[in-house]
Structure formats: C-alpha cells, structure tokens
Design a protein around this ligand. Structure first.
Ligand code: AMP
Ligand code: MG
Length: 467
C-alpha cells in the first residue's frame, strides 16, 4: 500500500503507537472496489484488513482525543477500539486515512474490549455508503471482515472489523484533549496540521486559527443542513464524533426517519432526545462553541482578544446554517431563485407532513414527480404559484427535484433485515441493499419495494450503538 503518513509525524503525545490485535479466522465480507479505485489501492490482503498483519509503510496508531458525551466532558477518550493504519493520497491528490474499527484494545480502551460486532460494522458500512451516494460528506467503508471470534455484548455476537476511510479522524474532541491539558503547543501543532491538511487557505488569513474556526463552522453548518434534507439523525453528536473536516463520522445508532416528526429520536441511549432530528442544528452549534473554547489559547494576543474572535466566529453560525437550510430545502421544492416567504412555505409543508404522519422521503420524491396526497392540495396551490413565478419548464423542475430528493434511503427496517440475515451468515440482503442505495436518485423499478415505508409491524423504533 502506498502509505504516506503525516499524523505519525506529530508529537508522540498525540497518539499511542501500537499494531492492531490479530483475530482468529479473518474472512472478507465486503470489499469496496469503487472506493479502492478512487484511492489507487489494489485489493488488500484480508490479513491486513483484519489487523493480523501490518502492511509495509503502515505506522499503526491509536489517536488521543477527549470529548463531551451527552454534555459531560471526558478529558480522555481516544481510539479505544480503532487503529489508524496510515494515510494514502487519492486520485484527486487528497490525503485519506485508512483506519480499522474493532481492531482490538488500545491504551484508550478503558473498560471496553476493543472489538466490534458484525451488526454495527455492517450498519456503518451501509449507512456511510448510502450517505456518500446521496452526496453528503462522510467517512467511507472500504471493507468489512468477519473475525471468526465472538464479542460479548448482552449476548455473544459474531465479531467484525470495519476498514474505514476518512479525510482525517481529527475531531472537535482532539482539540479539547490538548485544551484540557493546557497544552498550548499541542493545540498549536494540531491547528497547524489541520490547516495544512484541510483548510490550506486559512494559512493566508490575518488570523489563521480564527480562519480555521470559521471554516469548520461553515463546514458543519453545511453538513447538518444536508442531514436535515434527507431526514438523517446521527444519534450521537458528541464532540468526539464531530469531524473537523466536516464529514459525517462514527455511525452508531444513526437512522433515517420514515414518518416525519421533528422530535424523532431512535437511539436507545438518547433518553432526553438531546440529538433528536430537529435538535441537530442546535447541538452542532453547541459543539462548535466547545471547539471555539478549546481554541481560545491560540485565537488572540490576549484572552480578551481571543474571546472576541471566538464569539464573532460562533455568532456567525445561525445565519450560516439558515442559509444552508434554505439552499437545501429550496432545491428540494424545485425553487431556483430565493424569494421571501420560501421558508414559510417549507415550514407549512413540514407542519402538514407532521400532522399527517407523512413519510419524509416519499413526500418529497412524490412532489418531484408531481404526485402528492390530496390533503396537501391547499399548500400545493401556493407552491405551484411560487414555481410559476420562476418560469422553469415542468420538465426542468422535475429533473432538478429528482436529483435532490432520493427515492431510496437506508430505511431502518431494511437495515435491520440485512443485519439479521448477516448474523445468520446470509449476506445477500446486505449486498442487495448496498446496491440499491448506491443509486438513490434512480427509480430502479425492480427494487420498488425498497422505496416503501415500513408496514406497521416493520417499524423500527429503537436503534443501538452496539458498543
Ligand atoms: P463511540 O460511542 O463509538 O463514539 O465511542 C466513544 C468512546 O468509547 C471512544 O473512545 C471509543 O473508542 C470507545 N469505545 C467504544 N466502544 C468500545 C469498545 N468496544 N472497546 C473499547 N473502547 C470502546
Ligand atoms: Mg466515536
């Protein structure tokens, strides 16, 4: 593998260097050929993907980070069941991390076993690839390997390792790790690293660290708006699960909504609904405030100046997010120009959808195709009048809407069905689902059943992180 490692060049306190822990009987479940091509990678040996052998040039390490988990600060989390194998430069010249999840204990494991069960590994594989196909920034799944070992959760479950690709694994919590230790040099080194790797133009700004903060805030505002546009609920938006590069990361009890309701929560551990669908924009803001706080020691000449910089950056978020939401939802309704009242029209639709318990995805896809339930008739009259003002042909509008309103999302009942079969060693439903979700905007009439909302007995109300 053509490794070119940069994180391993950072000071030793940024990580623990150690190899993955070998597993008993690795067996390849899935290899992502398309992604491998993008990365310029030949098929990797299953021994490497399982962590049984360290490839030449790999400098495996577990990254150190901290994080706020459901609002409580934990000064040391870190990769407790993951290893960064190294980095490769992809076909577009972009540096990407190759990382294993479920690869055994590390100095950051605390009481965990360092392992992952097959179900959560395949869930992450499916949802990450579905998000990528939807055009939403995300970490990717390169491979899944069964370990031939059992992991012990509530019951014994088959174990697996996920090979994941990310623009980087630097998190808001990585900055918090150094801030919590008053390690200003570490903080500065991390900021310089992130600027060089992700936000090169920030280096030219009068205050590069302020520019870095601005860029991360803008990236998160855009990302969360995209989640909102497809009804995605991350489920565990802790600061350790928020990527500095602006990618969706750490798929746990995540889910796409079927029936629209703003307060929808699936995660079994989110008892207060902290990370409910409609709370996500607010929680992203909260997390970004934590990032701004962590950066305070390097944001200004003195504390007062630093606070002013942080505050100004943070105060920009609501308008940035609102602008991204407007972009997303205007496009969903086929509106090309921005007009006053557009978001009131969107909100009116969403309110009706909530009242009617409408399926989020089917409603917007239906609107694209000019099919909508009669209860929306009154709303539709206003929408049609609004569209008429723009003068686009119905054909143009239809095409534009179909390109942003998916027919297929990773519906919970389909994901659960695929995972249940995989646990019985039948990977056919997993393969079919992956294939359908790779073309979410195509009609794929032969897979029409995958568009459908769950029947009442298929509805999944709770999802689990499986750690
Ligand atoms: P997550 O909920 O996956 O974002 O993980 C939060 C923290 O718990 C991270 O530091 C993980 O590395 C750690 N963790 C989660 N599951 C395990 C496990 N099975 N063994 C060791 N550490 C774990
Ligand atoms: Mg995590």
């Amino acid at each position: 593998m053509p490794f070119s490692n940069s994180y391993a060049r950072l000071p030793e306190r940024f990580y623990a260097k150690l190899p993955p822990t070998p597993v008993a009987a690795p067996r390849l479940i899935k290899w992502n050929e398309g992604l491998a091509r993008e990365l310029g990678l030949a098929m990797l040996d299953v021994e490497v993907l399982a962590g049984n052998r360290v490839a030449e040039g790999s400098e495996p390490l577990a990254m150190a980070y901290a994080g706020h988990q459901f609002g409580n600060f934990v000064p040391q989390l870190g990769d407790g069941r993951a290893i960064l194998l190294g980095e490769v430069v992809d076909a577009h010249g972009i540096r990407r991390d190759i990382h294993l999840k479920g690869s055994g204990p590390t100095p950051f494991s605390r009481r965990g076993d360092g392992r992952a069960a097959l179900g959560p590994v395949l869930r992450e594989y499916i949802v990450a690839e579905a998000m990528a196909a939807l055009g939403i920034p995300t970490t990717r799944a390169l491979a899944a390997v069964a370990t031939g070992e059992m992991v012990w959760r509530e019951t014994p479950l088959p174990g697996a390792v996920l090979a994941r690709v990310a623009s980087s694994h630097v998190r808001v919590g990585t900055f918090q790790y150094f801030a919590a230790r008053a390690d200003v040099e570490g903080l500065r080194a991390l900021a310089e690293y992130v600027i060089a790797r992700h936000y090169g133009d920030a280096a030219q700004a009068p205050n590069p660290y302020r520019a870095l903060l601005d860029r991360v805030i803008a990236a998160q505002a855009a990302l969360v708006a995209k989640w909102m546009g497809v009804g995605f609920i991350h489920g565990v938006m802790n600061t350790d699960n928020m990527s500095i590069a602006g990618e969706t990361i750490d798929y746990g009890p995540c889910a796409f909504m079927d029936t629209y309701h703003p307060e929808t929560v699936f995660s079994s551990i989110d008892e207060m609904g902290r990370y409910a669908y409609a709370n996500q924009p607010r929680m992203a803001h909260w997390n970004l405030v934590r990032l701004a706080e962590a950066l305070l020691p390097i944001l200004g000449a003195d504390e007062e100046a630093a606070r002013a910089q942080a505050q100004a950056a943070i105060d920009a978020y609501p308008a940035l997010f609102q602008a991204q939401m407007e972009l997303v939802f205007r496009a969903k309704l086929g509106m090309r120009q921005a007009r006053d009242g557009d978001m009131a029209l969107v909100q009116d639709l969403l309110d009706r959808m909530a009242a009617e318990k409408a399926d989020f995805t089917l409603t917007f896809r239906g609107l694209s195709d000019g099919a909508l339930p009669p209860v929306f008739g009154e709303w539709a009259a206003g929408w049609r009048a609004r569209l008429a003002e723009e003068g686009a042909t119905p054909q143009d509008r239809r095409e534009a809407m179909r390109a942003v309103n998916p027919a297929f999302i990773a519906r919970n009942h389909r994901v659960e069905e695929a995972l249940a079969a995989a646990n019985e060693n039948d990977f056919a439903p997993f393969e079919t689902l992956l294939s359908v979700l790779s073309k979410p905007y195509d009609d794929q009439p032969e897979y029409a059943a995958y568009r459908d909302a769950p029947r009442p007995e298929q509805v999944v109300l709770r999802t689990f992180c499986g750690t």
